[in-house]
Design a protein around this ligand. Sequence first.
Ligand SMILES: Cc1ncc(COP(=O)(O)O)c(C=O)c1O
Length: 382
Amino acid sequence: MSLDPSLVLPPPARPGDPLSAIDTPALLVELDAFERNLARMQARADAAGVALRPHAKAHKCPAIAQAQLRQGAVGICCQKVSEALPFVLAGVPDILVSNEIAGPAKAALLARMALHARMSVCVDHAGQIAALAATTAEAGSRLDVLVEVDIGQERCGVADAPAVLRLLEALAAHPQLRFKGLQAYHGAIQHLRGHAERAAAAARAAERTAAVLAELQRAGVRCEVVTGGGTGSVEFDLASGVYTEVQPGSYPFMDADYGSSEYGDALRFEHSLFLASTVMSCGNGERIVLDAGLKSLAVDSGLPRVWDDGRESGSLVYAAANDEHGIVRSREAGQPRPALGSMLLLVPGHCDPTLNLHDELVAVRAGRVEAIWPIAARGLSR
Ligand SMILES: Cc1ncc(COP(=O)(O)O)c(C=O)c1O
């Protein structure tokens, strides 16, 4: 028996489709809110005179990187070498791998990508410099190098200015590796809930960065770029006078976790990322079951919120995620519940790992599908 060649998985939707025609679970981006988020972030960075280099680990989607560049971003960040490849292939001209890399395969790929785009990378050890020097020499390429400084997160990064100076000595032996400046990123600050609490923590991180910069300056070292910051700290980073560049990632989407923080009158973004799901069972009469569980939603930062008419639902709660099922309960007994086949929109708890579960993003505006954007770097974590 020969197989029918037309038996292929159709896309979840096609441009022009109404929302009701989308095959779920499907990840949607609501374009009006998304575009306002992009414009708001760019305007704030421009007003502060600080370069915006959005983090593409949040979206992994070349179409979104291109939209950010059109707004005025100077380039993008990627967290992994393999993650950067689809962006290089899509013509993104300037990419910072905002991370340390280990292993010859990654250094070799990075050196080859540097023949096609302006690439930069972080280091915090002379061993990384030796590996990058060898692969760039072999490929005949050049790399910009940032030394990462630990400003309190206790993740990667050297401890102090003397350690930076030792790495600069190692770099000086390799003219194809150009010292560009410092990365000073503090991830733990980003999700502090209180606005004042985040402000104080960001101020401490900026002070630590400024102290390292002052000591480097006394040693005659100038840092062209000081990069860092995320969606939770960016308004403070922009005002700090320390950063020349910020690298927020989640702001185009505003996931439920970031939505739970306090912003006051400050820089705040709108929810634009939704998982469209369908009621697949309600036979029990006490709960409804959605077709979206752990395999279409990341729950590391909490369960998704049910979205209803522009706000969190007052009547339905996403109560538990199984692999392929989402259990939704009423907040109070007797409340009306969606019928079998109804579509529910969910705001994911954490955008980055949720996008990493999907092949495409369905871009919608005013209830209609406008485009399908491949999430080309999905799964690329080497
Ligand atoms: C080095 C670095 N920069 C920027 C970001 C962006 O953070 P956010 O998505 O919170 O804006 C991250 C996130 O983990 C990061 O690790």
